[in-house]
Design a protein around this ligand. Structure first.
Ligand SMILES: *[C@@H]1O[C@H](CO)[C@@H](O)[C@H](O)[C@H]1NC(C)=O
Ligand SMILES: *[C@@H]1O[C@H](CO)[C@@H](O)[C@H](O)[C@H]1NC(C)=O
Length: 221
């Protein structure tokens, strides 16, 4: 049975830096990275950068990820008999196998710089699922920017964590989950220390948030 499908089509990431009012635009992860296994392997790795487990009841597995014609499909399936995950000193029962990929590149917002993260997603809102398109710190946590999360409530969430207890979270209605929606997240140096984050869905600005001290902190996608 298919519980989760969250394909990305047309995933394109550009890095933007503005030294001395000169605009330099560079594509960090090309649109063609989902076109073939060799293109994929040049840009992406399977599972989380730190392994197969995180803070939920799903264990990541390469078997749950397929790419075809520029679209990535992730499918979760119910499993029994997996050993529990361990997170924050707690054991978490593993009830699903699912999939995740991460960009091999790390994203470090430098002074005057920033990145645009773009993707098209068809994400389920089925209760119990949690597809996500997100950034998290390489050298500690936070930073975390949840560029889009679907928590099985029928809504889409946009969040930025300053500390484990200081989080700005915005949930909005998610129209027609059976169709692809464009997500774009603009992450920019704000003042040499903090970043400003603009969240767009289908080209509409939904929310602006700030990440405290995220400049110079490399992030995983
Ligand atoms: C996070 O930090 C930024 C920059 O200092 C601040 O503007 C924002 O209000 C903070 N957000 C939360 C949720 O604490
Ligand atoms: C982020 O980039 C800046 C500017 O290139 C560099 O000085 C800094 O060391 C980088 N930070 C990390 C943690 O890689």
């Amino acid at each position: 049975m298919r519980y989760t499908s969250s394909p990305l089509a047309a995933l394109l990431l550009s890095s933007l830096s503005l030294p001395h009012a000169v605009t330099a635009k560079q594509v960090a992860v090309p649109l063609t990275s989902l076109d073939s296994p060799s293109n994929f392997d040049a840009e992406w790795g399977y599972n989380y950068p730190w392994g197969t487990d995180h803070n939920g009841a799903a264990r990541m597995a390469k078997s749950q990820v397929t790419i075809s014609g520029g679209t990535l499909t992730i499918t979760a399936k119910r499993v029994n008999g997996e050993k529990p995950a361990s997170h924050g000193g707690k054991q978490i029962a593993i009830k699903y196998l699912s999939g995740a990929i991460y960009a091999k590149e790390h994203f470090n917002v430098t002074r005057g710089g920033g990145f645009d993260f773009l993707g098209e997603f068809r994400a389920t809102t089925t209760r119990g699922t949690w597809p996500a398109f997100w950034l998290t710190g390489v050298k500690g946590w936070p930073p975390e920017i949840d560029m889009a999360e679907w928590k099985g409530s029928g809504k889409i969430s946009f969040n930025t964590f300053n500390t484990s207890s200081q989080v700005r979270a915005r949930d909005v209605n998610y129209p027609s989950p059976g169709e692809f929606h464009k997500i774009r997240c603009e992450v920019r140096d704000q003042n040499g220390r903090d970043v400003a984050v603009k969240f767009f869905m289908d080209e509409n600005l939904i929310e602006m948030q700030y990440g405290h001290g995220f400049v110079g902190q490399p992030m995983y996608l």
